[in-house]
Design a protein around this ligand. Structure first.
Ligand code: GLP
Length: 239
């Protein structure tokens, strides 16, 4: 696992966007796995900026997002607002799990088939939860899990409660499984702030621990972690 140490959120966002943008420019066709949450917001901002400045088309990009809340379009709305409406990516090439699907079980199977049909994910962007979750794969999730419905833990509900002020917060979500994520050809994990420091420390101790889902990434051969000073606070090798 490669660590890129950056000073703060701004630098992390710029570097993450540069990594994605270089791939967008260099490829004829690219399947990007995307994440939501506060962490990648700056990355989307820079990506939008670069695409406008360089007049770079996104018509050859396909996207699959990690997750969506059940009974909600929260992450669909997020992606529209922060990326899709700013670039010329065709809407039928952007995909998120459908949290409103009549059969959630069928939706999970369909999502797996979709990823397969697209030829797999070239680069998957990940944030990390305070408890080490990736996507919405909570502690205890099997490392070979596929797209599935999850009951969110109290820790995750609390961490994300701020996004649901005044409206009922969904308690379930559909998420790509850890096995699904691990099949991505390349993974870029972003971690900002001291609240993520413990999860980042566990990630870099090299073990595979089901209680810290992100440690599954130690099985993958092409993972880059971009972490700011706060998120690196508990890493021994860091000053
Ligand atoms: C949510 C998302 C994850 C994200 C995590 C961290 O639970 N499902 O994909 O990585 O939160 O969020 P934030 O970036 O807001 O800290």
């Amino acid at each position: 696992m490669k660590l890129i140490a950056v000073s703060d959120e701004e630098e992390l966002s710029r570097m993450a966007a540069e990594i994605l943008f270089a791939k967008v420019k260099a490829s004829d066709r690219l399947v990007l796995g995307l994440a939501t949450g506060k962490t990648p917001l700056g990355m989307y901002r820079f990506l939008t900026k670069y695409s406008k400045e360089c007049k770079q088309s996104f018509k050859h990009i396909h996207t699959v997002n990690l997750d969506e809340y059940v009974g909600s379009v929260t992450y669909h709305t997020y992606m529209e607002q922060y990326l899709f409406q700013h670039v010329d990516i065709p809407s039928d090439q952007t995909h998120l799990p459908d949290g409103l699907a009549a059969s959630l079980e069928d939706e999970c199977k369909k999502y797996e088939q979709l990823i397969k049909k697209l030829g797999g994910i070239d680069l998957q962007v990940l944030g990390i939860g305070e408890n080490g979750h990736i996507g919405f794969n909570e502690p205890g999730t099997k490392f070979d899990s596929r797209t599935h419905v999850v009951q969110l833990t109290d820790s995750t509900l609390q961490a994300n409660a701020k996004y649901f002020a005044g409206i009922e917060q969904p308690k379930e979500a559909i998420t790509m499984g850890i096995g699904t994520i691990l099949e991505s050809k390349e993974i870029l994990l972003l971690a900002i702030g001291e609240r993520k420091a413990n999860a980042v420390k566990e990630l870099f101790n090299g073990s595979l621990n089901k209680d810290i889902p992100a440690t599954a990434l130690n099985q993958h051969l092409n993972v880059t972690v971009l972490a700011d000073k706060g998120a690196r606070k508990l890493l021994d090798k860091e000053s």
